[in-house]
Design a protein. Structure first.
Length: 402
């Protein structure tokens, strides 16, 4: 029996060594191709992580985090990841349900300290699941949602650009007050057209404010600050030690500045509606989370039960612009992204100075993450560079999956 055990171990080691030998040339080729993509010279800095259900198999940064190009962008560089943050709401929502604190089919007003209704259909309650599938009938008005962006300081250097809708630091309020001001009838920013003329649950329209409201529902139902809830039930169990919601949660020396373009930084800002787009992490840490999602999709995750993961990835069909589209809980199912045809589950995001993408292939069980610290709107060459980055990571996935 002992000899058989030794043979089995030896066979496993041989398989592992063979896998490493097969992957190493592809890793080198990917690094070379990403370096070539970076030479398009539009992006200041970015990182790429490739993962499977075992963990990270490729992880590297390119470019710089500062205007003077003294600090390299690495796989441990930290930045906000925009709307990928919403995937944490989905996991947190199901964890709260497992804990018996709420049910996806419950009306949101069962938990909120104030009342939110669609004034066009006051008799039809908005349910928690409506927030998660973006069918709440809540819509983002630019003049209201923009109030969420708050500058972290009053004075700025000449090479720091300030968006005209960024609010001054003294405008900062808590998420609860922001939601109350925006969506309750007596709120100081309330407008009836913050709600669609469609019934809750009837039409899908992506809403950042509704996502942030979902985090507030979790907070109200559990009696725990949403940021602390995610730390206890996501970050700590996965040992995501370079992630958090504020500068106090992370090592600030690892955080990149964000750029309008390579020669111009964007003034530092934060989001009042932090849950919808303000998560701060590195590609390495986010790779741990993506690997967990892949395991969860296979029914082997550690954060949620198998049943909860099945609910997270349950496909719901919606018709958008005459075409069928499929979504899970704060997740999207895609058959392509950035001109690359591929089966994918995940999310992407953008904010001032930020572009991010996080998807995994449910067939190959491989996932890709790209974090970029440069805005996509100021120069024409950023998108082609991002597309090239995504293409070479997709080529890598195809080569490894053979």
């Amino acid at each position: 029996m002992k000899n058989i055990f030794i043979v089995l171990i030896s066979a496993t080691l041989l398989i592992s060594c063979k896998t490493v030998k097969q992957i190493e040339p592809q890793n080198n080729l990917l690094t070379k191709n990403l370096e070539l993509a970076y030479q398009k010279d539009a992006i200041k800095g970015f990182s790429v992580s490739i993962v499977n259900d075992k963990g990270v198999i490729y992880d590297k940064g390119f470019g710089f985090t500062d205007i003077n190009q003294n600090k390299a962008y690495t796989s441990n560089t930290i930045q906000n990841i925009a709307s990928i943050s919403k995937t944490l709401i989905g996991v947190s929502l199901l964890k709260a349900q497992e804990l018996g604190k709420l049910n996806l089919n419950d009306p949101i007003n069962n938990y909120l300290p104030f009342k939110i209704i669609n004034p066009n259909y006051p008799e039809i309650p908005i349910l928690i699941k409506h927030l998660a599938y973006h069918t709440s009938s809540i819509t983002d008005l630019d003049e209201i949602y923009a109030k969420s962006y708050i500058l972290t300081k009053d004075k700025h250097d000449k090479n720091e650009g300030v968006y005209d809708y960024f609010s001054k630091p003294e405008s900062k309020i808590e998420l609860r007050e922001f939601i109350q001001n925006s969506l309750t009838e007596n709120g100081k920013w309330y407008q009836q057209n913050s709600f669609l003329n469609s019934k809750p649950g009837e039409k899908r329209e992506y809403s950042n404010i509704a996502a942030a409201l979902c985090a507030l529902v979790i907070e109200s139902a559990t009696g725990q600050d949403y940021r602390d809830f995610t730390k206890d039930y996501i970050l700590k169990p996965l040992k995501m030690n370079n992630s958090g919601w504020t500068s106090a949660d992370i090592d600030p020396t690892k955080r990149t500045r964000l750029f309008a373009y390579k020669e111009k930084m964007i003034a530092e800002y934060a989001l009042i509606t932090y849950a919808d787009g303000g998560f701060i992490t590195s590609s390495n840490d986010l790779g741990i989370f993506l690997s967990e999602l892949i395991k969860g999709y296979e029914g082997k995750g550690k954060l949620l039960t198998k049943e909860s993961y099945e609910k997270l990835f349950e496909k719901h069909k919606f018709v958008e612009d005459g075409k069928a589209a499929y979504y899970g809980l704060f997740l999207e199912f895609r058959d392509g992204f950035l001109n690359i045809k591929n089966e994918m589950i995940g999310h992407n995001g953008s904010d001032p100075g930020v572009f991010t993408a996080m998807y995994f292939n449910p067939i190959t069980k491989m996932g890709k993450i790209v974090l970029v610290n440069t805005d996509t709107d100021f120069t024409d060459n950023v998108w082609p560079e991002i597309e090239e980055i995504w293409k070479v990571t997709s080529d890598y996935e195809n080569a490894i999956a053979k």
